[in-house]
Design a binder for this molecule. Sequence first.
Ligand SMILES: [Zn+2]
Length: 234
Amino acid sequence: MYQEIVPKMYLIKTGKPSCQSYLILGDKMNVLIDPGINQNFEILKKDLKEVGTDINSLNMVINTHEHVDHFGANIYLHDKVPIITHRYAATKIVSADDEVLLCRAHGHDPHGYHVHVWLENMNVIDLGNWFLKIFHTPGHTSGSLCIYEPRKKILISGDTVFARGTISDISSSGSYGEYINSLARLNTMKINLLLPGHGKISSNVGEDIEKAIEKAGRKHEKFLNQEKMSKNYK
Ligand SMILES: [Zn+2]
């Protein structure tokens, strides 16, 4: 299933347990963001065909972070298309750190993945009519990134920001402190459209981020209190 969000930019939903994928057909290059989980790859291929393209027309795949529901289908793409992600995600993907990747939990082998380009915060990918700024936004995982298009004011947020301020889980490589810092940083940016890895897209982004900061702050506090209590018992 797909939906054209803005001209030549598509939301692709292959269904659970995959994340949502985004496809940009740029003037000069075509980019797929988060191809989803391994077992949904045939659905992804079908959706790309319906959009009028295919995996052979892709010039790059960007992963927003190192969770199998976002990068698993790379296994069918990495011999054909360069795979790009933040270097903290890349290290875990190439070393099969399944404590973070969660491949086995979904019945997949964590070994054998390649990442061709290891990104740093503030790298830019220029597709001609799309200018993709990479923001390292650790918290949900240590390698989480968001992709910001400054001219269109669009944020592709992976599992870092969701509509209505739903906050993400903090997984083994993440932390609340980093998560709150990342949200605060995003909150300084002008964003008109939020394209998250799961759930609804949103045009109420300032409010979404404010709510998320508040909720994450409360959860963090609770977490710290539990830590304190468990120390007192020792
Ligand atoms: Zn995730």
